[in-house]
Design a binder for this molecule. Structure first.
Ligand code: GDP
Ligand code: MN
Length: 388
């Protein structure tokens, strides 16, 4: 789960991480009022969307008077901001953060995330702040400091000190920077983040160390212990189809392709998507119907898949273990009574009650294309998608 920068700033404050003065606004006149309250002569007007790269996409602009604040807020609020991370549709801006201008002396990158290979959290830091970290990693890998964190101990003061020295920060601000790193770590750990990225972390002319941006992503599997975070969800930033699927209790991820997949088991779903790609096709989604799918769930899954005009073929791949093939077959037949099947349907099922399942599909009279192996099913789906 992702949250907005203005929300992340509030969480960071709870962990004693200092942030530059600022407040969120929902209308241009509110933006002006906020700027007036903040005082000063320069303000940053920042579009609040769940995506990075806002600066380059025109979502972060500086205003030098109150009229400009209002003007910028007016152009941003209501627009769909397109950045490198949003896709061509962009993301709706419904709020802007008005932040008091700061005198930046230097910019750094700081990110806490989970390193799967090392099975631990890791602190990534770089003196090349404000740039895309992926670019720094590709062009100057030596400029990235990597500090693995023992999660039973946490980020130690020594480690924080070491990182700050390696970043070559001015001696005068080192202590402050260490405190910021320790505060960020605490927030990352206690809020069960999968990512906490500060780009840039800045040092100001006045000798302050501030996160000037904050991207916070939480581990969805830990949300049950954070009711305070669940209320921060902004549905306008979520994919509509994914929201619908989650409401139906289906683990679903929207993708760009045209072959919709209905599979039982996350591993089999991944293998199905891989096989589609192997034959030159593109999956439209990840969908794990699970072990105990009911007819209602299968129907909901079909409705969701068929609601996307991009979908040219549906591929059902079932391994009958706990899930019995006849249950799924009944589900498919029932679903096709409720929703009209507008695209070809390829079904491959193996395992428990396989023969019964196949018989149900055959007797239904539905124009279902069957396949014996995953390879055959994927190949058929890919060629059908190309014909449409
Ligand atoms: P992102 O592009 O989505 O990562 O958005 P950021 O919050 O990182 O803003 C992009 C860039 O705008 C930053 O790297 C800064 O260089 C600049 N920026 C943001 N806020 C301010 C500010 O208050 N003052 C100044 N001078 N620059 C800012
Ligand atoms: Mn940034």
């Amino acid at each position: 789960m992702k949250i907005h920068e203005y929300q992340a700033r509030e969480i960071l404050q709870d962990f004693d991480v200092p942030i530059p003065a600022g407040k969120v606004a929902e209308t241009p006149s509110q933006a002006r009022e906020v700027a007036e309250q903040l005082g000063g002569t320069v303000w940053a007007v920042k579009a609040q969307v769940h995506a990075g790269g806002r600066g380059k996409g025109g979502g972060v602009k500086l205003a030098r008077n109150l009229e400009q604040v209002e003007e910028l807020a007016k152009t941003m609020i209501g627009m769909r901001l397109v950045t490198k991370q949003t896709g061509s549709d962009g993301a709706l801006v419904s709020k802007v953060l008005i932040q008091q201008g700061v005198n930046i002396v230097s910019e750094y990158y700081v990110g806490f995330l989970i390193d799967r290979a090392n099975q631990s959290p890791v602190l990534l830091a770089s003196s090349e702040g404000g740039m895309e970290i992926e670019k720094v990693a590709a062009d100057f890998p030596e400029k990235i400091v990597k500090e693995y964190i023992d999660s039973s101990v946490g980020l130690t003061k020594e480690q924080a000190k070491d990182v700050v020295v390696k970043l070559n920060m001015d001696e005068k601000v080192r202590e402050k920077a260490e405190k910021v790193l320790l505060g960020l770590w605490k927030a990352f750990k206690e809020k069960d983040c999968s990512l906490l990225e500060i780009n840039p972390l800045i040092v100001t002319k006045e000798g302050e160390v501030f996160p000037l941006d904050a991207k916070m992503t939480f581990d969805d599997n830990a949300l049950y212990r954070h009711p305070e975070l669940e209320v921060l969800i902004d549905p306008s930033q979520e994919d509509e189809t994914e929201l619908k699927a989650h409401e139906a209790g289906l683990p679903y991820i929207q993708l760009d392709g045209n072959i919709a997949c209905l599979v039982n088991g996350a591993g089999l779903a991944m293998a199905t998507m891989d096989t589609i790609k192997l034959f030159g096709g593109e999956p439209a989604n990840f969908l794990d119907i699970g072990g105990g799918a009911s007819v209602e769930k299968v129907t909901a899954a079909f409705e969701i898949m068929l609601s996307k005009p991009e979908v040219k073929v549906i591929l059902v791949n079932i391994f009958g273990g706990i899930m019995k093939c006849d249950t799924i077959a009944e589900g498919i037949v029932e679903a096709c009574k409720v929703v009209s099947l507008t695209v070809p349907l390829v079904v491959r099922m193996k395992g428990t009650h396989e023969d019964l399942g196949k018989q149900i599909l055959k007797e239904s009279g539905l124009p279902i294309i069957t396949a014996e192996t995953l390879g055959e099913a994927a190949l058929k789906a890919v060629s059908l998608a190309k014909e449409q």
